[in-house]
Write a protein that binds this ligand. Structure first.
Ligand code: ADP
Ligand code: MG
Length: 762
């Protein structure tokens, strides 16, 4: 099994990770060493199958396991420490929101050992074969919570029937023991890891209540807490699962054409360069390029757009897409494990686990807050009795204080919203790279655009050719096109498609970033590019002055062809404004973005024409490094001029440095271009400005929900904490308020996911 039929997302991240010291060299994954590392034991572990990737010379391996039942970031820390302490484990990181443990360890450590360590920390492991929903109902903590609930009900009935107190107390005690088992276990684990969390607070409160004889209330506290947590875990796991489920749409088997015959093989066995056949109504298993046929494809798993896209010869198609009526032959460009969809799923999971700045605030806050509450509870329990108050009354109040002050809701409020916001965005074809990006995009005030391919179509056409030297127009165009043949710039493509006839050979070609290109044709060296390129080389352009002015007056982009002696021709190119640009800017304004600035290396006139049309600021004639400088200026001026958070939109390929300089960067049309996918903080799969407004709106909504959640949790906590010492809150009311807020903020966060995405499949 090379790329298993199991969960594809189960594969270790393929991006090199320097600290992990994994040799990801091409040969490191030869057949055999990629097998699950559970080969040395119990058959029961057969499908635990966390994939281990064999390392290089240092013999380190990596295991990725799904951890279930984690309900807060502190549980993640507990699991992390538990696994890290295993002999031979070098590093373990747990991603709470993605529910993923990633361990780097020596080859002697088995997946069974890791699984055991996780279980000892109080959490479970999900096996690849298990269906998401089913595994939830089979989780021990859920069964225990339900069992505890039944025992509690039994106790309540017995009490109502008037049986002796001992009998009902016994039922309550067993309810505490059963329902509370996972809580106590987690409490012990977290204390042992010197990271006391809410499980500790709850355990202390329940045991304390039982100690003063309040068995019924102690049981109710435990059961409510256990059921509440289960519900919360269920909600979060379902949301996580929805994103993961997309990667599972991909078929296991493909029809591949080899030596003229067709074979049905496992998707993982098809390599790049092979040709596969896609029947009507079938989903694609790999990324590739159409070599035969046309069809309308629903690419929603990748682009978030379910309106089928008509595609034909030479066009790119993505794994996960649903083929329409036409049969296709597709040349594989990325194998099953490396498809765009896989990559996106992996990135989404990672992003969901990343911390938003608000979360860091919350964590700092809780670190101070929890000890303060503990001290306050101690004072409430001890001080009044010393002054003659009744011990059991004050002890009870102290227990109540412990519970109401538990920052459970506060701690979960942000990560849940991040999981949900990023998940919702991904369903719409917007990949947000983490909590930080989500928050920044939500606060966006200034948006900087790279002109070409962002505000314009990026498909310029040659509208005018004027010869100003010895050569004729056709000949000039051919020379220009020959030089541009090796250039990647959109202007180059335009010039190339405007020329006809056979193009001459070019030698000593050199692209000059943000300016143009040079090369030798038939023994003469030529320059092609912006007037600025000629100025910089000291080539006089007087002979072309009239033509350049005309090009300028027409609002076209000038491109000059010339030699070191002087210009030969002036070309005027025009790139249409995207038809959706105005609407997109309008919805961005509605979403709260105030300033728009277009940066371009183009000449003044065409830049002004576009900016005026769209009603935005612009800066023209910028060299690539000046674009970076301009973005930096806006960012550092952020506070003073009230520009706020500065975003930059580009294609992520030739504007990566400027993107990196912004507070938050957006890449358009990222599907299929790995560079763009990696480079930006927010990658828009489709080349569609409308997605930009959608991304900002969603981030803004997440930002709003994060604030609501934090505010509500702090408010409820404060109110109840103030009431508790006066005996105005009972234990069960305290748990109800606490779990109520936790579930409330969870629900509020997840609302974003349900509302946020129209489902990606029809
Ligand atoms: P933009 O801001 O439109 O993305 P670039 O920085 O990519 O602009 O390029 C700036 C200018 O440099 C272009 O408007 C064009 O005049 C010139 N230029 C760059 N590359 C080429 C090329 N390959 N051929 C002709 N002109 C070029
Ligand atoms: Mg550009």
């Amino acid at each position: 099994m090379k790329h298993g039929k199991g969960l594809p997302v189960f594969q270790p991240d393929e991006r090199p990770e320097p600290e992990a010291k994994i040799d990801q060299g091409a040969g490191s994954c030869a057949d055999g060493c990629c097998l699950p590392s559970d080969g040395n034991g119990s058959g029961a572990d057969e499908d635990a199958a966390p994939l281990a990737e064999s390392g290089g010379s240092d013999g380190l391996e990596r295991t990725v396991v799904r951890v279930t039942g984690m309900d807060c970031a502190s549980c993640a820390a507990t699991v992390e420490r538990g696994v890290s302490r295993l002999q031979g484990v070098h590093r373990a990181t747990v991603n709470f929101a993605a529910g993923r443990l990633d361990a780097t360890h020596e080859s002697g450590v088995t997946s069974a050992e890791i699984e055991q360590a996780i279980q000892k920390s109080g959490y479970g492991v999900e096996h690849p074969g298990e269906a998401e929903g089913a595994s939830f109902w089979r989780q021990p903590r859920v069964l225990l919570a339900l069992g505890g609930g039944l025992l509690f009900a039994l106790g309540a009935v017995l009490a109502l029937l008037g049986t002796p107190g001992v009998v009902s107390s016994a039922a309550y005690a067993s309810a505490i023991a059963v329902g509370g088992l996972p809580i106590f276990r987690a409490a012990v684990a977290s204390t042992r890891e010197r990271n006391p969390d809410m499980n500790v607070l709850m355990s202390v409160a329940a045991i304390g209540a039982a100690a003063v004889g309040a068995w019924g209330e102690a049981a109710l506290v435990v059961i409510l807490f256990a059921l509440g947590l289960s519900l919360q875990v269920y909600a979060v796991e379902r949301t996580r699962g929805a994103v993961r489920a997309l990667a599972r749409l991909v078929p296991d088997e493909v029809l591949v054409r080899r030596d003229g015959a067709e074979y049905l093989v496992a998707a993982g066995e098809v390599s790049a360069g092979e040709t596969i056949l896609v029947r009507p109504g079938e989903r694609l298993a790999v990324d590739g390029e159409i070599v035969e046929g046309t069809s309308a494809l629903d690419e929603s798993p990748v682009t978030g757009e379910s309106t089928p896209a008509e595609k034909g010869l030479g066009e790119e198609v993505f794994s996960g897409s649903l083929n329409g009526q036409g049969g296709l032959a597709v040349r594989v460009s990325r194998e099953a494990g490396e498809s765009t969809l896989q990559k996106i799923t992996r990135m989404v999971e990672e992003a969901q686990g990343s911390k938003a700045p608000a979360e860091q605030f919350v964590e700092r806050f809780s670190r101070i807050y929890t000890p303060v509450v503990m001290t306050a509870a101690l004072v409430v329990a001890v001080a009044p009795p010393l002054a003659g108050g009744e011990f059991s009354t004050w002890f009870y109040r102290a227990m109540v204080l412990l519970i109401v002050a538990c920052p459970c809701a506060l701690v979960i409020s942000t990560p849940v919203t991040v999981v949900s916001g990023i998940g919702a965005a991904s369903r719409r074809g917007v990949l947000v790279k983490g909590g930080e990006a989500l928050e920044a995009a939500g606060k966006l005030k200034t948006l900087v655009f790279d002109k070409t391919g962002t505000l314009t179509e990026g498909r310029p056409v040659v509208e005018r050719v004027a010869a100003v030297g010895g050569a004729g127009e056709g000949e000039s165009l051919r020379i220009a096109a020959a030089l541009e043949r090796r250039s990647e710039h959109p202007l180059a493509h335009a010039i190339l498609s405007a020329a006809d006839g056979k193009l001459p050979e070019v030698s000593e070609f050199r692209g000059i970033s943000g300016r143009g290109a040079e090369g030798v044709v038939e023994g003469r060296s030529y320059l092609v590019g912006s007037p600025r390129l000629f100025e910089e080389r000291g080539v006089p352009l007087e002979a072309a002055a009239g033509e350049l002015r005309e090009v300028e007056d027409a609002g076209q982009t000038p491109v000059v062809l010339g030699t070191r002696e002087g210009p030969l021709a002036v070309l005027g190119l025009a790139d249409a404004i995207r038809p959706d640009a105005e609407a997109a800017l309008r919805s961005l304004r509605e979403a709260g973005v105030r300033d728009f600035v277009m940066l371009t290396g183009d000449a003044e006139a065409p830049a002004r024409r576009i900016a005026d049309k769209l009603g935005i600021d612009y800066r023209a004639r910028l060299l690539p490094e000046q674009k970076v400088e301009a973005v930096r200026e806006l960012v550092s001026g952020g506070g003073a001029s009230g520009r706020g958070v500065v975003g930059m939109v580009g294609d992520g390929i030739n504007d990566a440095p400027a993107l990196a300089a912004a507070d938050v960067s957006f890449a358009m049309g990222a599907a299929g271009t790995d560079v763009a996918l990696e480079a930006a903080d927010v990658a828009l799969m489709r080349d569609d400005l409308g997605k930009l407004a959608e991304a900002v709106r969603l981030s803004r909504a997440s930002e709003g929900i994060i604030k609501q959640n934090i505010f509500t949790s702090i408010l409820v906590n404060t109110i109840f904490s103030l009431l508790a010492p006066f005996g105005l809150v009972t234990l069960w009311l305290a748990v109800l308020a606490d779990m109520g807020t936790s579930l409330g903020v969870t629900g509020n966060g997840l609302r974003l996911f349900r509302r946020g995405g129209k489902p990606r499949q029809p």
